[in-house]
Design a binder for this molecule. Structure first.
Ligand SMILES: [Cu+2]
Length: 170
């Protein structure tokens, strides 16, 4: 009798397992979905991998907030420099890279902001405030030659409030 019960429970198990076949189908479906996602993944992975293959540069992490820039390093070797700028402030900011060939230490002002068009200064690239909103992270890649640079936010009042820092390329 006891063996019968065991056998019955075994057949029950078989029946149950055949009943759960529908759930097996679900797992089969989900595994096929997984295949689709894994198929999509390589292309997503390959693009950052490609960017890593590009000439090795120097990554500089920049934190922007009211009213200051903080740099992971204030110097870099000549060549490709990647500024990764994160706005940890509440207001939008911009990030402007200027070559600074001014011999005078006084920076030229225009209407309370830095005069970017002044002789001795050259705007090499920037991230606009429309992109560098609160919480946003944006990157700017520039090929820099040895010399002195200024990193500024030239929104009204921001430069004079302290959003300026020197950057040296050796
Ligand atoms: Cu600013």
């Amino acid at each position: 009798m006891k063996t019968d019960i065991i056998l019955n429970s075994l057949t029950l198990c078989v029946v149950l397992s055949s009943l759960t076949a529908c759930s097996n189908n679900k797992t089969a479906q989900s595994s096929s979905l997984n295949q689709e996602t894994t198929q999509a993944a390589p292309s997503a992975i390959s693009s950052p991998a490609k960017s890593q293959e590009t000439p090795k540069g120097t990554k500089i992490n920049v934190t922007a907030k009211e009213m200051v820039f903080q740099l992971s390093s204030a110097t870099a070797p000549a060549g490709l420099v990647e500024f990764v700028v994160k706005n940890e402030g509440k207001k939008p900011h911009e990030f402007v890279v200027l070559k600074n060939d001014l011999t005078d230490k006084k920076l030229p002002l225009k209407g309370g902001s830095l005069d970017e068009d002044a002789k001795g200064l050259k705007n090499l690239g920037e991230i606009s405030e429309s992109k560098l909103t609160s919480g946003a992270t944006q990157t700017l890649q520039l090929n820099l030659t040895p010399g002195r640079y200024l990193l500024v936010c030239n929104l009204p009042g921001h430069f004079q409030a302290g959003m300026k820092t020197e950057f040296i390329v050796k």
